[in-house]
Design a protein around this ligand. Structure first.
Ligand SMILES: [Fe+2]
Length: 500
């Protein structure tokens, strides 16, 4: 052990040092004054100290304070020839471990040393334990923060991936409200847009459990109160349903109890486009910092997606416009077939509606049906406008137009269904058509529909080398080819609508 003795009685100091050295202690140092002891304790470490209560230059109690502030676990044994109760209590209060009253025997010193050694051991173990507990707590805190960070990153990634995978605005708004509800504790989320030049908000999507029958579709914008309020905030704004209902009649009394709403503005190039509305139970909206961050991120991603989609739709619209112009130019050269594509699109739309096709399929026919013969751009005019039946070689060339057409639109990113109209509109139900010889249900439905419309318009149009067939005769001709050239269902639907 390393022992420090502070004793102004030189003889006693020496005696104690010799005694402790005989007990094989590692180091025994004696200081005769408080000043010297103060210097020593600053630069060296000890396992125990014996301090005389009365020193020539300082009070032993002051020295006790100095020792304890340097090492709170250092056991200090106070020594005094005239101990008073007051001094003893004060020394114990300041952390003294033991008291030796002069004159004492060396045996007393050995016993005191043994006691304080045990005490120091316990104190150090206790300290180590406390440090370990503290370190464990800090580690748990760091782990928790790390877990939250990872969780946040996972959720941000989830938002990013979900929004990036969206290809149309029809999918976008339901995804925004679904993500908002899923990633936060919102009971319900809705997305509204402010249509230009209109005073009403439009509800685009809604997700979650209704809060007390609150119907968001009933919002009105009589004086643009809500728009102005949302527009004033960079991030979200919390609105009380009570305020909206009583002050501005925006909720039309549809919320039985008060709820608070958080509105998250979505801006496109700085202009307010719409907002996400979150419904919170009760009057105080409670969103954690992480939820706020996630919703902010979601809105920013959605804003970029809306902008990109608008750009893409505008580009695609322009491209379709160019292709339609090409089709028009192609048909303008042929005095006999003029507006063939327009009529085919019209007939195909009638058939599809009759057959109960979806709105998306009807839209596809409307845009891509018009382009079904665009591949004829790749066939020489002398063949296309030949005022006589085609030779075998010429017919083989004409048969390439579906494949040429598909290659023209391939770079547009059209879906398989959209491209199939162009590629397969000359396939036959019995498999004898071109370019792939598909049969029956192998032929995509929209291509089968266009095939019927195309054939009817071709038969009822005048050609340079033949007259136009009457509608009734053309229908009879179509019927003869039911389940041979044409899909029976598509043909029946067409006959029903044309005969009406
Ligand atoms: Fe064709």
């Amino acid at each position: 052990m390393r022992v420090l003795i502070v004793e102004d009685d030189i003889a006693l100091g020496r005696l104690l040092r010799e005694f402790l050295q005989r007990l094989n202690h590692e180091k025994v140092q004696v200081c005769a004054t408080g000043r010297e002891a103060g210097r020593v304790i600053e630069s060296e470490t000890f396992d125990c100290a014996f301090v005389d209560l009365r020193l020539p230059d300082s009070d032993g109690l002051q020295l006790l304070d100095t020792f304890k502030s340097k090492d709170p676990c250092l056991p200090v044994v106070m020594m005094s020839g005239y101990p008073t109760m007051e001094y003893t209590i004060e020394a114990m209060r300041k952390g003294a471990s033991d008291f030796l009253t002069k004159p004492f025997t060396l045996q007393d010193v050995a016993l005191a040393l043994e006691r304080v050694t045990k005490e120091r051991k316990l104190l150090l173990e206790n300290l180590a334990l406390q440090l370990e507990i503290q370190a464990r707590k800090e580690l748990e805190l760091v782990n928790r923060e790390l877990e939250e960070k990872v969780m946040e990153q996972v959720k941000l990634f989830e938002i990013s991936r979900a929004i990036d995978e969206i290809r149309s605005s029809e999918e976008l708004y339901p995804s925004i409200v679904k993500l908002a509800s899923k990633l936060t504790n919102l009971k319900k989320a809705s997305f509204f847009i402010f249509p230009p030049d209109q005073s009403r908000l439009i509800l685009m999507a809604d997700y979650g459990t209704s809060v007390d029958g609150c119907v968001p579709g009933l919002f009105t914008m009589e004086d643009e109160y809500l728009r102005k309020m949302i527009d004033q905030h960079e991030s979200h704004v919390i609105v009380s349903s009570d305020n909206l209902r009583t002050d501005r009649s925006l909720l039309n009394g549809c919320c039985a109890d008060s709820v608070s709403l958080s509105c998250w503005p979505l801006r496109i190039r700085g202009e307010l486009f719409g907002f996400l509305m979150g419904y919170h139970n009760g009057s105080g909206a409670t969103l954690s910092a992480m939820e706020t961050k996630l919703l902010d991120f979601l809105i920013k991603k959605a804003s970029l997606a809306v902008e990109n989609m608008a750009l893409y739709e505008s580009l695609i619209g322009n491209f379709y416009g160019i292709l339609r112009s090409l089709v028009n130019a192609l048909e303008a050269k042929d005095l006999y077939t003029g507006k063939h594509s327009e009529r085919v699109t019209h007939y195909a739309g009638m058939i599809a509606r009759r057959m109960g096709c979806s709105e998306a399929q009807l839209e596809t026919l409307q845009t891509v049906g018009y382009l079904h013969d665009i591949g004829k751009i790749g066939i020489h005019d002398s063949i296309l406008n030949k005022p006589a039946p085609l030779s075998r070689e010429e017919y083989e060339l004409v048969k390439k137009h579906p494949v040429i057409g598909e290659s023209i639109v391939a770079e547009l990113g059209l879906t398989l269904e959209e491209r199939s109209i162009i590629r397969h509109h000359h396939e036959r139900w019995d498999g004898g058509g071109y370019p792939d010889g598909l049969a029956g249900d192998e032929i995509p439905i929209l291509a089968r529909i266009v095939a019927v419309a195309d054939a009817f318009d071709a038969m009822t149009s005048k050609r340079a080398y033949r007259g136009a067939m009457g509608k009734a005769e053309a229908v009879r001709e179509l019927k003869k080819n039911r389940q041979k050239q044409f899909d029976g269902d598509a043909l029946d639907a067409f006959v029903e609508v044309i005969e009406k």
